[in-house]
Ligand binder design. Structure first.
Ligand SMILES: [Zn+2]
Length: 226
């Protein structure tokens, strides 16, 4: 079977994480969220983990080369022999170039980049409507999953608040960063015919169906290429 080396792309609040977890189960491929990879490298005290830790301890950003190295360590392993799903990396064009170079070093290449797209309005609506219980972190949504009594957690009666991450100005800032740094990747990957666009505004089940369809097409193309 050909490898499925996948990158998930999309704005915050596009449902990318949820879809990634589903894909991981369906395809039985390892799912690499960048933050997790770095934390694991640090925990396992790999060479790259030690280097990453030095930056983290200083409060500095971990350089792309270190992150790419840590991802490379994971990709170059038995668990990722049939492919992988990468989420949260690359975030900009230089990182994408570094990733391509690393993969090429390992004799591999991306199969596809799955873009789960959502408009700024949709993102604001989804993330901005979240309400979190102060005591136990139960999450509700004013529109999609409202509590029985406004401002009160159904489960434990605690107060529901808007977390800092879900405040409009914070969401807007994350969207700006996405448009400025990450969106150029869409063109970058489209240019290489790797991009598959999926409408993230649809219901999660519909998005999952669309993803399945895109992957089925990819497999078909890969089989024909052999
Ligand atoms: Zn609660």
């Amino acid at each position: 079977m050909p490898q499925l080396n996948l990158v998930l792309l999309g704005p915050p609040g596009s449902g990318k994480g949820t879809q990634g977890e589903r894909l991981q189960e369906e395809l039985r491929l390892p799912y690499y969220a960048t933050g997790d990879i770095l934390r694991a490298a640090v925990r396992n005290e790999t060479e790259l983990g030690k280097t990453a830790r030095e930056y983290m301890d200083r409060g500095d950003l971990v350089p792309d080369q270190v992150i790419v190295g840590a991802i490379g360590e994971r990709i170059d392993s038995v668990e990722a022999a049939d492919g992988f799903i990468l989420d949260g990396f690359p975030r900009n064009v230089p990182q994408a170039e570094a990733l391509a170079a690393k993969l090429s070093e390992l004799g591999r290449a991306l199969t596809a980049v799955l873009l789960i797209d959502a408009s700024d309005e949709e993102v604001m609506r989804r993330l901005g409507g979240r309400r979190t219980c102060v005591e136990n972190g139960h999450v509700f949504h004013v529109e999609f999953d409202p509590p029985a009594k406004e401002g009160v957690c159904d489960i434990d009666g605690s107060e529901l608040i808007v977390r800092d991450d879900d405040k409009p100005e914070v969401i807007r800032h994350r969207l700006e960063t996405y448009h400025e740094k990450t969106e150029p990747l869409i063109e970058f990957y489209d240019h290489q015919s790797l991009l598959r666009r999926i409408d993230g505004a649809a219901a999660p089940d519909t998005v999952a169906d669309e993803l399945r369809r895109a992957l089925a097409t990819l497999k078909l193309e890969a089989d024909e290429a052999i």
